[in-house]
Design a protein around this ligand. Structure first.
Ligand SMILES: [Zn+2]
Length: 186
């Protein structure tokens, strides 16, 4: 999966977005008229039914079959409430970020919200967010200045900025992926 060419959609909008981009130019070969719906991306979801694969996204295929002149590559449309290539959900990642914005001890706070993910996974996700914050901040700054924040924790301002940019009652991580059409980690 190439995330540079992925799109993000709310879970309920996956099919509608897939159908909507069918008339578009292929992002790979820039030709039109060859795009076809092409099945689902499935996988396990944290907090979901562990006995079955859930829909994580849809794919649109630039067809090179039956005389079509596409390039044969696919475009992924990913659920904005999930994190590409990771088991953690946007909601649990947001809870992790909220912990990082406070001075509370990380490990016990993470254990309460992690949904069963290990402590080492929590530490790894925290490292990845720290590495990704430059691109997250750059995207957020393109739409609004960060709110006032004098908390001493390095991630506190990022968390405040993400929260301020999200619509009320929506998960700020999912809202970021939907609004900026990019993974929180890339
Ligand atoms: Zn193509």
């Amino acid at each position: 999966m190439n995330l540079q060419n992925a799109r993000f959609a709310a879970r309920s909008e996956l099919g509608a977005l897939a159908r909507r981009i069918i008339p578009d130019l292929c992002r790979w070969c820039l030709r039109a008229g060859n795009m076809r719906l092409h099945g689902y991306l499935r996988g396990y979801v944290l907090g979901g039914d562990s006995s079955k694969l859930e829909i994580r996204g849809r794919r649109v295929f630039c067809s090179d079959r039956r005389g079509a002149e596409g390039c044969g590559r696919t475009i992924s449309i990913l659920r904005s409430d999930l994190i590409a290539r990771r088991f953690v959900t946007a909601g649990v990642l947001w809870l992790l970020l909220a912990i990082c914005a406070t001075s509370q001890a990380f490990a016990p706070a993470w254990a309460e919200v992690s949904g069963g993910l290990s402590r080492s996974t929590g530490y790894r996700l925290r490292c990845e967010i720290r590495r990704a914050q430059t691109h997250i901040r750059a995207a957020l700054l393109s739409s609004a200045l960060p709110p006032e924040c004098d908390a001493p924790e390095p991630l506190a301002q990022l968390v405040a900025h993400l929260a301020a940019a999200a619509p009320p009652k929506e998960c700020p991580v999912a809202a970021f992926q939907l609004r900026f059409q990019r993974s929180i980690f890339s």
